[in-house]
Design a binder for this molecule. Sequence first.
Ligand SMILES: [Zn+2]
Length: 110
Amino acid sequence: MPVRYNVGVAKTKNCLLSSDDFGRTDRDAGGDCMRQYQLKETKEINKIVCNQCGKEIRVVDGTPREGVFSVDYAWGYFSDKDGEKHSFDLCESCYDKLLSSFQLPADIEE
Ligand SMILES: [Zn+2]
């Protein structure tokens, strides 16, 4: 197993809703809890919620009716977030704002 840091302990306590979690720094429990949160907030069947501004984007038959930038990223060994999977969605205007904050523009192909 790779070396782990204790960055997830506070989150784990909140998620477990348990008073007997002394000594139980169960990384897997924290991870599951985080995934459930993401599912509830952003991955409902009939809408996607922009994590940045909270805008709701309608989804019909599995297809968003507006542009959505969906991220599903598993951090690797050489990051401080090894083993964490980060997921979020941005509406098109929040995506445009993010890109305009870059020092170097994103590569865009047409
Ligand atoms: Zn937005």
